[in-house]
Design a protein around this ligand. Structure first.
Ligand code: GLN
Length: 291
């Protein structure tokens, strides 16, 4: 991710800070009920440490016993996408979810893709999924509806056009320009606030927006920078990033507000994953570098 290079030092710093902050609590990271469905009380020796450590699977309020049921919008590579040959979801978030489930002594269960803008309402309503891991930025607005785990990755936005385009942010901010965004995202928000003259076109699948920029249906696209970088490198070599928009976003795992035990358990597992090197290896696998 060449385009990312400027942001990397701050990401490293953040990862380090997160790591140090969480290391203090790592001692209590052995979650109760690691023997999956059998809710034993064998963990009661660590009862004094945290709420999460004293919680058996049954107390996590899981949609399905013994499983961590997760949702995402599966068109956001390399965070999540459908593998064409296996028909299975894959990506950084997918592996992170698997690892979280493993650390929690649960089976990972990914539900079929959902439109991104339906995910916060689904988590808020409860009953469908335990959490969403979907490159979702922690925002104040979303925090009114749902809870977020500790941040697990830093991100920014990118303004993308066709390689042969001379457009700039200024020229795109014009009534004859069409800008694709993914509906309900921080990219849409940025586009609506900053490209006020242009026609903003919200889409359910942002990859179709990339195709649209490539074929000329849209003049530009606003999307999270890591996804832009990945897709321009691997699939849409005829597109380019003309501006990295330093929005300073952080992704978190979305959990229902009423389920504090689950949120604690996820944060504990996340801290373990950062500490034991799993996070680094996931970054290496999906970004070719540690962030
Ligand atoms: N990070 C952006 C947001 O949270 C986009 C997420 C996505 O499209 N999956 O709004």
């Amino acid at each position: 991710m060449e385009e990312d290079s400027k942001g990397e030092s701050s990401m490293k710093a953040l990862t380090r800070r997160g790591f140090i902050g969480m290391a203090a609590t790592a001692g209590m990271a052995t979650l109760a009920g690691c023997g999956s469905t059998s809710s034993s009380s064998s963990s009661s020796s660590s009862a004094a440490t945290t709420e999460a450590a004293t919680t058996s699977d049954g107390d996590l309020g899981l949609v399905e016993d013994g499983k961590l049921t997760m949702i995402a919008n599966m068109y956001f590579p390399p965070f999540e996408s459908m593998n064409d040959s296996t028909g299975e979801p894959e990506g950084f978030d997918i592996d992170l979810g698997k690892s979280l489930a493993e650390h929690m002594g649960l089976e990972a269960n990914w539900l079929p893709s959902q439109a991104f803008d339906s995910i916060v309402p689904t988590i808020k309503a409860g009953g469908t999924a335990d959490c969403a891991i979907t490159g979702m930025t922690i925002t104040d607005e979303r925090l009114k509806e749902i809870s977020f785990s500790d941040p697990y990755i830093d991100s920014n936005q990118a303004l993308v056009v066709r390689s042969d385009s001379d457009d700039t942010e200024d020229t795109l901010n014009s009534s004859d320009k069409k800008i694709a965004v993914q509906a309900g995202t921080t990219g849409e928000e940025w586009a609506r606030e900053n490209l006020t003259e242009a026609t903003i076109v919200p889409l359910d699948e942002i990859i179709s927006g990339m195709t649209g920029v490539s074929t000329g249906s849209y003049d530009g696209l606003v999307i999270d920078l890591p996804v832009a970088s990945n897709q321009i490198k691997n699939s849409f070599t005829d597109l380019k990033v003309i501006e990295q928009i330093q929005t300073g976003e952080q992704y978190g795992i979305a959990v229902n507000k009423d389920n504090e035990a689950l949120l604690d358990a996820i944060n504990t597992a996340l801290a373990e994953i950062k500490k034991d090197g799993t996070m680094d290896s996931l970054e290496q696998t999906w970004f070719g570098t540690t962030l």
